[in-house]
Design a protein around this ligand. Structure first.
Ligand SMILES: Nc1ncnc2c1ncn2[C@@H]1O[C@H](COP(=O)(O)OP(=O)(O)O)[C@@H](O)[C@H]1O
Ligand SMILES: Nc1ccn([C@H]2C[C@H](O)[C@@H](COP(=O)(O)OP(=O)(O)O)O2)c(=O)n1
Length: 416
């Protein structure tokens, strides 16, 4: 108990954000450090908390791999509760990097006992912080819960007050080294930490562990083709290969194909580290092949970063880190291509091509289709990545017209 309470002290200066409706943006509230609190206009919180019982849960922990896995586990357990409504909720120190702790806000009917039982069970884990919310007078209180022989008890309570939106959206605070990795070592470290719980990590590490100096490309140009699924990357890269006598590579590389499905099902920390490492394997292949011929690459670091950032940042495009943010910087130890082209088509044309192809989509691509906001965020993140930045290519004309347009662009940019 003493340990739990000592951890709570920092809770008092935190701001919480609840993503109740991604189109209107989160509701922010702070919990005051003093038991008296400052009150304030709590009507929006009344609307948020007002019906039934409300709980919040956050997963802390020094072991980031375990915390990431447990976060997913908590979500599925809460989602399974009858008559419950679960929303994303984050706790953070405004504009302070790495201060984000992800969690959930759960509302259940007042007569539900299943939620109490689930909380009691979850509180067996030291990493879980659970709170309930109660009103007295014109104040709302956040009540830190603990286990006792009688069941759930309130260990401490803090006054809740509305807080202004911070300058940086909370979901941007932990991107570096949790969603996007800026060096081989940082991505490798995640898979090392996973080795005990995901044995396949060892096989992946062995594939990337070979000594190499992959930052230097050969004398021939290296052209990366990027874009959302079904924008025509495969079609274009195939024809570029023929037209330029080029070698065609892709990221993730073929050697990682047997592991991809498994890592796709893991939490973002693990999944993104896997894709990041894939780029270093492809970089090694690029370095070797570009000594002999031009190289065309189907997806590379722009994809890794753009999808990761778009997934990490909830809500609207405006929540993305601003242009020039460190999150858009190319990793210092990763080979830089000569040219990166971003294929762009209208959402309607892309949907036509997707349905025409009729292939099974990755979960993320299915989500793209359903989620217009997500697609916009991926495209915007693609365009904010710097050094090298990508050149946007209108990929709506016929395949041959796109090819001719791209050949001209390559000729002028790569001085061929
Ligand atoms: N320029 C184009 N015009 C019309 N259809 C295209 C064009 N380029 C590709 N397609 C078609 O769109 C679908 C998706 O193309 P594909 O090259 O597989 O995209 P990606 O590799 O980006 O997922 C395919 O059915 C392909 O034949
Ligand atoms: N270099 C890469 C390539 C793909 N990814 C991730 C980003 C998305 O989650 C998926 C998209 O890949 P997918 O295979 O669906 O795309 P294509 O079908 O090749 O167009 O993979 C990545 O992170 N880094």
């Amino acid at each position: 108990m003493a340990q739990r309470l000592s951890r709570v002290r920092s809770w008092g200066s935190r701001v919480f954000a609840v993503e109740c409706d991604v189109t209107t943006g989160p509701v922010y509230f702070s919990v005051a450090a003093t038991p008296q609190g400052s009150g304030g206009d709590v009507r929006p919180l009344g609307q948020l908390f007002g019906h039934g019982k409300v709980f919040s849960l956050h997963v802390h922990g020094d072991d980031r791999v375990r915390a990431a896995k447990f976060h997913g586990d908590v979500k599925s357990r809460l989602s399974a509760l009858p008559r419950g409504h679960v929303m994303e909720m984050s706790s953070f120190l405004p504009n302070q990097k790495r201060s984000l702790v992800k969690g959930f806000l759960m509302r259940v009917p007042a007569d539900s006992s299943a939620a109490d039982d689930a909380l009691l069970e979850l509180l067996r884990e030291d990493a879980v912080h659970a709170c309930s919310y109660a009103t007295s007078g014109d104040r709302w209180w956040q009540q830190l819960l603990a286990r006792s022989e009688e069941g759930l008890v309130v260990a401490e309570r803090f006054c809740v007050a509305p807080a202004p939106a911070p300058e940086h959206h909370p979901s941007t605070l932990n991107i570096v080294n949790s969603d996007v990795f800026y060096s081989f070592r940082d991505a490798q470290q995640v898979l090392i930490e996973c080795s005990n719980i995901i044995p396949e990590s060892k096989a992946v590490l062995e594939l990337v562990n070979k000594p190499s100096d992959p930052t230097v490309k050969g004398k021939f140009p290296v052209i990366v083709i990027e874009g959302l699924d079904a924008t025509g990357k495969t079609t274009l890269t195939d024809s570029l290969k023929g037209a330029m006598g080029a070698v065609l590579l892709k990221s993730p590389p073929q050697v990682l194909a047997p592991f991809r499905q498994l890592f796709d099902a893991e939490p973002p920390l693990i999944r993104r580290a896997f894709y990041a490492l894939g780029n270093y394997i492809t970089a090694r292949q690029i370095a070797r092949e570009s000594e002999k011929a031009p190289v065309i690459v189907d997806r590379f670091w722009h994809s890794t970063a753009a999808y990761a950032i778009a997934t990490a940042v909830s809500g609207k495009v405006g929540n993305l880190p601003g242009l020039g943010s460190e999150v858009y910087q190319w990793p210092g130890d990763l080979l830089k291509p000569s040219l990166v082209l971003l294929l762009s088509v209208s959402p309607e044309e892309r949907l036509r091509r997707l349905s025409g192809r009729g292939l099974e989509k990755t979960v993320e691509e299915a989500e793209l289709e359903a989620n217009h906001l997500f697609r916009q965020k991926v495209e915007e993140a693609y365009m904010r990545i710097q050094n090298p930045a990508c050149e946007v290519v209108d990929a709506s004309p016929s395949p041959d017209q796109v090819l001719q347009q791209v050949l001209l662009l390559i000729k002028s940019k790569c001085h061929l």
